[in-house]
Design a protein around this ligand. Structure first.
Ligand SMILES: Cc1cc2nc3c(=O)[nH]c(=O)nc-3n(C[C@H](O)[C@H](O)[C@H](O)COP(=O)(O)O)c2cc1C
Length: 197
């Protein structure tokens, strides 16, 4: 079984990456392989809206999207991680989302894969829920099976969400205990879901 994390931040060593790595560390299991795709490592051109993916089931662009697609098609579970840029996903993530339409047109290649989401923002109310909603909609559009965390019904949200802002100032992502606790719950949930499937 394989879990692939997709980091949709232009920063490879940023806050979203940190949370993604925490989730994957918590998945740790001898029969589950994990991998991370940092979208900033790949050249993925914008979708031109030519609709050739609808007509020919192929994208005319010749870039690294094919490599990313292969990695995702191999996965049983995909974790999507994205920071909030004005309450939306950054361009690197949006470009990936748009270009993924070819996989949908190719007989929904991501159908029935499990999916979980991670978000991070500067502000405590910095658009995390809107970003999570965009990622969930992307997953639903591909026929994926989305799940959240449910380890601690009192203190945890439905998905991993971190912020640099706290009540009395600012912190590094490593000092966001609730986000880190949710990463651990998410990792455990992924392991449980995969092993029961
Ligand atoms: C262009 C831009 C827009 C941003 N917009 C928001 C925002 O709307 N709300 C917010 O809380 N933080 C915003 N931020 C801050 C990022 O969400 C925050 O620094 C996040 O931790 C970055 O994640 P990363 O380290 O994974 O790249 C923005 C940052 C940039 C560069």
């Amino acid at each position: 079984m394989k879990v692939v994390g997709v980091v949709g931040s232009p920063r490879k060593k940023g806050n979203t990456s940190f949370l993604m790595e925490e989730v994957l560390r918590a998945v740790e299991d001898p029969v589950i392989e994990t991998d991370i795709l940092y979208l900033s490592d790949y050249v993925i051109e914008e979708c031109d809206g030519c609709d050739l993916c609808v007509r020919d089931r192929q994208c005319p662009k010749d870039d690294d999207m094919t490599t990313v697609e292969h990695a995702l098609v191999e996965a049983d579970c995909i974790i999507l991680g994205s920071p909030s840029y004005f309450g939306q996903v950054p361009a690197v993530m949006k470009t990936f989302i748009d270009r993924s339409r070819t996989m949908k047109m190719q007989n929904t290649r991501l159908k029935n894969k499990y999916c979980a989401v991670i978000t991070h923002a500067g502000l405590r109310n910095g658009g995390q829920e809107m970003v999570a909603s965009s990622l969930v909609n992307f997953a639903l559009g591909h026929g994926m099976l989305v799940f959240g965390t449910c380890e601690d019904p009192v203190s945890e949200g439905f998905f991993v969400a971190g912020s640099l802002q706290k009540d009395d100032g600012w912190r590094f992502v490593k000092k966001d205990p609730l986000a880190i606790q949710t990463c651990k719950s998410m990792g455990k949930r992924i392991r449980d879901v995969l092993k029961k499937s």
